[in-house]
Design a protein around this ligand. Structure first.
Ligand SMILES: Nc1ncnc2c1ncn2[C@@H]1O[C@H](COP(=O)(O)OP(=O)(O)OP(=O)(O)O)[C@@H](O)[C@H]1O
Ligand SMILES: [Mg+2]
Length: 461
């Protein structure tokens, strides 16, 4: 009896057992009773453990599902998971939003049903076949959109495998490209506008340099035009005298009268003068034509072709024009090699560079008692080199790195816009050369221009 009282579980179960079973148990003896109770206890414990494990696994599964769902919902790209026949098994929120449909209306239907046009459908139909050989990247198809229109989507498609490694379907991930396209289009437009503005700026800078030259041109043209005019006035007067003389002859004047008239009208002198007068007029007209030809290079807007030119010649011409302005007090000394400095490119643009550098030197030395600019040229190691050294105050050390920046200027409004050097830099760069600024140890600024020397076969041709 004492042993029965020691077994609390046995005692607890006993009142619930059938009296016959109780009797049999009593008869089977104490040992087998304890065995049965232990077995039951073991089974009960096992059940309890399985249940706890099951609940833990359930919770982990739910958490994993929740995790996947949160990722799918957070994705801004659209996602469709299909079976082997293209039936939709899963979609994410972004896809439902794009289609404007509830999940139930999408699951179980073929994904082709949501494509907007035949072209997209025929592309998508080939996905399963193409997937056997390669992954599908950025293939563009249009989906029907919530507003009744369509949304182009760049799709990537990958196969999905089951646990046995067989293809179970495919996963489509895509990004609507409508917005991207719009943004790209706007960017492109802004870029085009910027390019146009830049072109206009370059053009207006060119016009500004042309404007600066106009004063010099006026001065230069004045000479030949005034002597052409003087000659023409003289020719007019001579014509009248000759007409008077011829009319007298045709009017039947006698020989003495004609001789008298010939002397008073100085017909012999007039005839002698006619030759030089006509030659002088032709020369003046030719000079005017040459000046206009020289200037035409400046007025053509970047239409000039690439040609072989002599940098020394271009420099002489540019200096000539840039200093023709009667107001210019700049004395330019040229030290150029006697042999040509052949360069391949556009002479007009290079002329613009030299004019800009001369103009800057003139501005920097303005007001000095003696303004000078020394230009020296050399051909060395396959390069043509030009150095512009003025006797101005030089460039402030803090400005040295900025002088080639567009719109950097230290000049007052109306005097400079700060484009001369930046445009010149671009021109020289396009010619494969370099343009640099420095201060001379002896004072003044030094601008160094190098250009590749044209190959001898280019020069020969
Ligand atoms: N020879 C020079 N000596 C001293 N400073 C110079 C010299 N050349 C250029 N600079 C400096 O570099 C700046 C930029 O020159 P840049 O030719 O680009 O523009 P700008 O002459 O001011 O105007 P723009 O040429 O457009 O009329 C000038 O404002 C000036 O401060
Ligand atoms: Mg300038």
């Amino acid at each position: 009896m004492t042993k029965k009282q020691d077994n609390p579980i046995g005692n607890a179960i006993k009142p619930h057992l059938h009296p016959v079973l109780l009797q049999q148990l009593d008869e089977a003896g104490e040992a087998s009773w304890i065995d049965v109770i232990r077995k039951m206890e073991e089974v009960y414990n096992n059940v309890l453990r399985y249940q706890v494990e099951l609940e833990e696994k359930n919770a982990a599964l739910e958490e994993a599902q929740q995790f996947i769902l949160s990722i799918l919902t957070a994705m801004s790209d659209v996602l469709i998971v299909c079976d082997r026949n293209g039936m939709v098994e899963e979609v994410n929120r972004a896809m439902l939003d794009l289609l404007g449909l509830a999940k139930e209306a999408v699951l179980g239907r073929t994904f082709l049903a949501f494509l907007a046009d035949e072209d997209s459908k025929s592309q998508a139909q080939s996905f399963p076949l193409r997937l056997r050989e390669q992954l599908i990247h950025d293939c563009e198809v249009s989906f029907k959109s919530a507003d009744g229109g369509f949304v182009p989507v760049a799709l990537n498609c990958t196969p999905r495998y089951d646990t046995r490694g067989r293809q179970a379907g495919m996963v489509l991930v895509g990004r609507p490209v409508g917005e991207l396209r719009k943004a790209y289009h706007a960017l492109n437009q802004a870029h085009e506008e910027l390019k146009l503005t830049q072109q206009q700026l370059i053009h207006s800078e060119k016009m500004a340099s042309l404007g600066r030259l106009v004063a010099g041109v006026a001065h230069e043209l004045n000479n030949p035009i005034s002597f052409v005019l003087g000659n023409v006035y003289a020719l007019q007067r001579y014509r009248e005298r000759i007409l008077t003389y011829i009319n007298a002859i045709h009017g039947g004047a006698c020989a003495e009268e004609c001789e008298e008239l010939r002397k008073t009208l100085r017909i012999d002198r007039v005839l002698l003068d006619l030759g030089p007068l006509i030659e002088g007029t032709v020369e003046g007209a030719e000079r005017t034509r040459d000046i206009v030809q020289d200037l035409r290079r400046f007025s053509a807007v970047d239409k000039e072709e690439t040609k072989l030119f002599d940098l020394a010649d271009v420099t002489r011409n540019a200096v000539h024009w840039a200093t023709r302005d009667a107001k210019s007090a700049l004395r330019v000394s040229l030290d150029l090699p006697p042999q040509p400095m052949p360069v391949l490119g556009t002479a007009g643009q290079m002329q613009q560079v030299v004019v800009n550098l001369v103009q800057n030197a003139a501005d920097a030395t303005l007001g000095l008692r003696q303004s000078t600019l020394s230009i020296s040229g050399r051909v060395k190691a396959g390069k043509c080199l030009l150095e512009f050294h003025d006797n101005g105050p030089g460039i402030d050390a803090s400005h040295l790195s900025r002088v080639f920046d567009p719109f950097f200027t230290t000049k007052p409004v109306g005097k400079g816009v700060g484009l001369g050097l930046s445009i010149s830099y671009g021109i020289v760069e396009r010619h494969g050369g370099t343009l640099s600024a420095a201060n001379h140890p002896g004072g003044g600024a030094v601008f160094t221009l190098t250009l590749p020397l044209a190959e001898s076969d280019q020069a020969d041709s």
